[in-house]
Ligand binder design. Structure first.
Ligand SMILES: NC(=O)C1=CN([C@@H]2O[C@H](COP(=O)(O)OP(=O)(O)OC[C@H]3O[C@@H](n4cnc5c(N)ncnc54)[C@H](OP(=O)(O)O)[C@@H]3O)[C@@H](O)[C@H]2O)C=CC1
Ligand SMILES: N[C@@H](CC(=O)OP(=O)(O)O)C(=O)O
Length: 374
C-alpha cells in the first residue's frame, strides 16, 4: 500500500513541475542584449542546428549577436531567427573571431578540424559530435548530472572545448543517475530503440518517403541506411567492431557513462537498434545495485530529479512512448519494477523515452551554454 501511495505521489510530483516548453506556448523569445555572449551555430541547416535555434528561443537565451554557419552548399541561404533575417555563412578558419560560445553540430570531422580553430580564437566550443568526448581534459557534461566537470571553464577565460554526450547516453543517464545516487549501480544492461533523427535530417526524410512508397505498393529505396527502414528495424548503423561484435553506439554508451560518472567500477553492456520512429529514442534498462532499492524510493528519486517526468500507470498499461517525449524537454520514465529474475531486491527494470534532438542533443548543449553564463 505504501508503495502504491508513493507511486501516486511520484506521478503527482512530476506532473506539477512547471513546463518550460514554448511549443506549448510559454516562452517564445531569446533575449538579444548587449550584455549577452556572441554566439555561433555551426551546422545550422541540419536537424540539430535547427533545433539549436528553437531551443535558444524557448529558453530565452541571452545573446549579443548570432552567426549562422554551414557548408559552402548553404552559404547565402536566408534564415529567420527572432524576427530578423540572417544569411547563412560558409564555415571557415576565420569564422570565430569575436565568438564567445560556438555550438557545433556538423559532424565529427568538422568538429575535429574547426573545434581547435575556434578554441584558439578564444571561443568556448560546445561540441555535439563524438570527436572530443573521450579526450582527457575535455569535460563531458549532462548539466543535471555532472555540472562540476566544467566549473573551471568561463567566458573570457580563454578558449575551451566542452563535449555533449551521445544522445542514447544522455537519455539513459537522466533516468539512471538519480537511482545511482540512492544505491550504486553495479551493472547496467541497455537495449535501445533509436529514432531516425539520430542519423540526421536526410534519414528522417528517408523514413517518410519509404513509408509513403510502401503504403503505395512501391518498393522502398534505401539510401541512408542499407536496409528498408519503413516497417522494419535493424542493428544501429554505426561502425561495427568485428572482433568484439559491438557497434560504436553501444561502446559510446559504455565509455561515456564511466567518464560522466567518474568511475570505472560499473559493468555496462548495450544493444542499440534503429527503429522507424521519427525523433525520440526509447531504452529498456536493467539495473543491478550494490544494495536493496524499493520501487517507491526509485520513483520518488526519479520524480525529484530535474528534467525527468514519470508516466507509470500499471492499471491502464500507460507508460512512456516516443511520441510522449517528442519535442519535449524532459526524459520520460516508466515501467519501474523489481527485476523478478533476482531473489534479492537489488535489481530494477525501467523504460525510458527522450527526444533525441532535444535533450539528446540541442537542449543539453544549450543547458551547457547556460552554465557558462552563471
Ligand atoms: N550529441 C548527440 O547526441 C548528437 C549529436 N549529433 C551530432 O551532430 C551532427 C549533425 O547532426 P544532424 O543535424 O542530425 O545532421 P544533418 O545531416 O541534419 O546536418 C548536418 C549539418 O552539418 C553541416 N555541414 C556538413 N558539412 C559541412 C562542412 N564541410 N562545413 C560546415 N558545415 C557542414 C550541414 O550543412 P549543409 O546543410 O550546408 O550541408 C548541416 O548543417 C552529427 O553528425 C553528430 O556529430 C547529432 C545528433 C545527436
Ligand atoms: N546517437 C545518434 C547518432 C549520433 O549522432 O551519435 P553521436 O553524437 O555519438 O555521433 C543516433 O541515434 O544514431
Amino acid at each position: 500500500m505504501q508503495a502504491l501511495q508513493s507511486r501516486a505521489q511520484a506521478r503527482c510530483l512530476s506532473q506539477t513541475r512547471p513546463a518550460r516548453v514554448s511549443r506549448q506556448g510559454l516562452v517564445v523569445q531569446a533575449k538579444k542584449t548587449a550584455d549577452g555572449p556572441s554566439i555561433a551555430v555551426v551546422g545550422v541547416t541540419g536537424a540539430v542546428g535547427q533545433e539549436f535555434l528553437q531551443v535558444l528561443k524557448e529558453r530565452n537565451f541571452p545573446y549579443k549577436s548570432i552567426k549562422l554557419l554551414a557548408s559552402a552548399r548553404s552559404a547565402g541561404k536566408q534564415q529567420e531567427f527572432e524576427g530578423e533575417t540572417y544569411t547563412v555563412e560558409e564555415l571557415t578558419e576565420n569564422s570565430f573571431n569575436d565568438v564567445d560560445i560556438a555550438l557545433f553540430s556538423a559532424g565529427g570531422s568538422i568538429s575535429k578540424k574547426f573545434g581547435p580553430v575556434a578554441q584558439k580564437a578564444g571561443s568556448i566550443v560546445v561540441d555535439n559530435s563524438s570527436a572530443f568526448r573521450m579526450t582527457e581534459g575535455v569535460p563531458l557534461v549532462i548539466p543535471e548530472v555532472n555540472p562540476d566537470a566544467m566549473s573551471h571553464v568561463k567566458i573570457g577565460g580563454g578558449g575551451a572545448i566542452i563535449a555533449n554526450p551521445n544522445c542514447s547516453t544522455i537519455i539513459a543517464l537522466m533516468a539512471v543517475t538519480p537511482l545511482h545516487r540512492l544505491a550504486k549501480v553495479k551493472r547496467m544492461i541497455v537495449s535501445t530503440y533509436q529514432a531516425a533523427s539520430g542519423a540526421g535530417a536526410a534519414a528522417m526524410e528517408e523514413l517518410k518517403e519509404q513509408t509513403r512508397d510502401v503504403l503505395d505498393g512501391k518498393e522502398a529505396k534505401p539510401v541512408i541506411f542499407p536496409y528498408q527502414y519503413a516497417f522494419n528495424l535493424f542493428s544501429h548503423n554505426s561502425g561495427m567492431d568485428v572482433e568484439m561484435g559491438y557497434n560504436e553506439e553501444e561502446l559510446k554508451m559504455v565509455k561515456e557513462t564511466k567518464k560522466i560518472w567518474g568511475t570505472s567500477d560499473v559493468a555496462i553492456t548495450a544493444t542499440c537498434i534503429r527503429v522507424p520512429v521519427m525523433r525520440a529514442h526509447a531504452e529498456s534498462i536493467n539495473l543491478e545495485f550494490d544494495k536493496d532499492i524499493s520501487e517507491a524510493d526509485a520513483l520518488a528519486a526519479l520524480a525529484a530529479f530535474p528534467g525527468v517526468s514519470i508516466i507509470d500507470d500499471r492499471s491502464k498499461n500507460r507508460f512512456p512512448t516516443p511520441l510522449d517525449a517528442t519535442t519535449r524537454d524532459d526524459v520520460y520514465v516508466g515501467r519501474v519494477r523489481r527485476d523478478i529474475s533476482r531473489s534479492d531486491a537489488k535489481g530494477l527494470e525501467l523504460f525510458v523515452c527522450g527526444d533525441q534532438i532535444k535533450k539528446g542533443a540541442a537542449l543539453n548543449a544549450v543547458q551547457i551554454a547556460e552554465l557558462l553564463l552563471k
